[in-house]
Write a protein that binds this ligand. Structure first.
Ligand code: GLU
Length: 483
């Protein structure tokens, strides 16, 4: 069987967004599943809009996602000579021609067609210019584009997702394939490149369906074999319209910065339009490489559900080892100014804090506001927070004093969760609610309304810090009471 070769062909005109990653992923998976080859092609023919920073963004994010391409990436801007050769050949064979119609003329043509109830298309004014005439006007510097003569016929292709798709190419009119010999356009370069890199399957978003007949006609004109096409369903936002910038920043960089894991993005995107045929939903990239098939791609749009995305992320965060999770959280702690280095000591302390929140994290960036109190010299919170429900300041103060006395008596070597709870729980249970003792303690240690439990926090903070925080709380209440 012929080797299967796919490609991801982004234009570096903006950051890599989630929709593009889904396309990259499906191309990657189809190639891997079939022991084929996955290529990356940078489509930078639009010189004004293409920027190297976006190319870097694409390459670095694909690498981070482990969607690695199998051969050196190609760049269309390196292939201008090759396109020129093909353009010349089409011109020489009379399959393409220079069109000198001005934008104003084209607009007037379009309007007249529309007002007569006809499909707007190029009416072919310049098609009949003789080759010498074309040449003469080009030499003299007249502005022109290169149009490809679209043969009028019924054309169909068998889309691997959507089945047979038919077109009447008479609706197209002659299409512009290059602004000039050195500035070819998308539909043309794709055809040349897909052939030169021996692509067998073109897998891309369904918004490209209207381009497919144009590309098929160009293949035919250039004498190239057809490739297989698979057009993927749209990704919809929760309002069921096509996911776009309007719905917010969907770039990989954004989600990466917020602390979504690559495993999350891969798993989540794989299920946007594909399913394994049963109700499994947790897949690693390696598993997907085994399971993926084009048959299980749906035709209807797939909804990008943020809650589900978060759910996948908390799942993958829980699967991490504590060391991995700590390592992944360090940049976030650093960015928030909570730590200034990543020495072994810092890591060890941070990992104690991180461990308390592994179960609750939805994204890594949340870590800073959850564990900030671990890294602060002094906590700042309102005294009222120390008071449990209907307790009086008196009760709060004596509760804190009790905790201080009991905990001070514990040896450093007994500073673990079991011993701390064995010391405090019997005391807490003497009251009608544990909250009377434990709430002020927890607030004293964390300065927060919500946090992990006081025993775990005390262990992670260590004895010295814990006692001094309780002392600070006592001082706060005492001072406010003026006693
Ligand atoms: N550069 C095109 C895009 O970003 C590629 C389309 C195709 O795969 O042919 O949409």
């Amino acid at each position: 069987m012929e080797e299967i070769r796919t490609r991801f062909a982004p234009s570096p005109t903006g950051p890599l967004h989630m929709g593009s990653v889904r396309t990259a992923l499906f191309n990657y998976l189809f190639a891997k599943k079939n022991k084929g080859t996955f290529l990356l092609r940078i489509e930078d023919t639009d010189k004004e809009r293409s920027e190297s920073r976006w190319e870097e963004d694409i390459l670095s994010n694909l690498t981070w996602l482990k969607l690695l391409w199998d051969e050196k990436e190609t760049r269309q801007s390196d292939r201008t000579d090759i396109y020129e050769k093909h353009l010349r050949s089409l011109l020489e064979q009379g399959k393409a021609y220079y069109c000198f119609c001005s934008p104003e003329e084209l607009e007037a043509q379009r309007q007249s067609l529309v007002s007569n109830g006809k499909t707007p298309k190029y009416i072919g004014t310049c098609r009949s210019l003789l080759a010498q005439e074309q040449e003469k006007r080009i030499q003299r510097g007249d502005r022109a584009v290169i149009r490809f003569i679209v043969e009028e016929k019924h054309l169909h292709f068998d889309d691997l997702v959507r089945g047979r798709i038919e077109f009447d190419t008479a609706l197209l009119g002659d299409i512009v394939i290059a602004k000039d010999l050195r500035t070819p356009l998308y539909n043309f370069t794709v055809v040349v490149d897909d052939h030169d890199t021996r692509i067998t399957h073109v897998i891309r978003g369904e918004d490209h369906i209207p381009n497919t007949p144009k590309q098929i006609l160009l293949q035919e004109a250039l004498g190239l074999p057809r490739v297989f096409y698979a057009h993927l369903p749209l990704i919809l936002a929760e309002d069921r319209t096509k996911l776009s910038k309007r719905h917010g920043d969907n770039s990989v960089t954004r989600f990466r910065k917020e602390g979504y894991l690559p495993e999350t993005i891969i798993n989540f995107l794989a299920l946007l339009g594909w399913n394994p045929g049963d109700d499994r939903e947790i897949f690693s990239l390696q598993e997907l490489e085994q399971e993926f098939s084009l048959q299980n791609i749906q035709k209807g749009g797939a909804i990008f559900n943020m809650q589900r995305f978060d759910w996948f992320n908390s799942l993958y965060i829980r699967k991490m080892s504590l060391a991995e999770l700590t390592e992944a959280c360090l940049p976030h702690l650093q960015e928030a100014g909570l730590i200034s280095n990543s020495s072994e000591e810092t890591k060890q302390y941070a990992s104690k804090a991180v461990a308390l929140y592994q179960e609750r994290l939805q994204k890594l960036s949340e870590i800073s506001s959850l564990v900030d109190f671990f890294f602060m010299e002094t906590l700042s919170y309102s005294k009222d927070l120390l008071t449990w429900k209907d307790a009086t300041e008196d009760t709060t103060q004596s509760a804190l004093q009790k905790s201080l006395a009991l905990l001070s008596a514990l040896l450093e070597s007994s500073w673990d969760k079991e011993k701390i709870s064995a010391t405090l729980l019997p005391e807490a249970e003497k009251e009608k609610n544990r909250g009377y003792l434990l709430w002020p303690l927890r607030v004293a240690l964390t300065g927060k309304k919500a946090s992990a439990g006081p025993f775990e926090v005390a262990v992670a903070l260590g004895k010295e810090k814990s006692l001094s925080r309780i002392q600070e709380a006592i001082t706060m209440v005492t001072q406010s009471r003026g006693v």
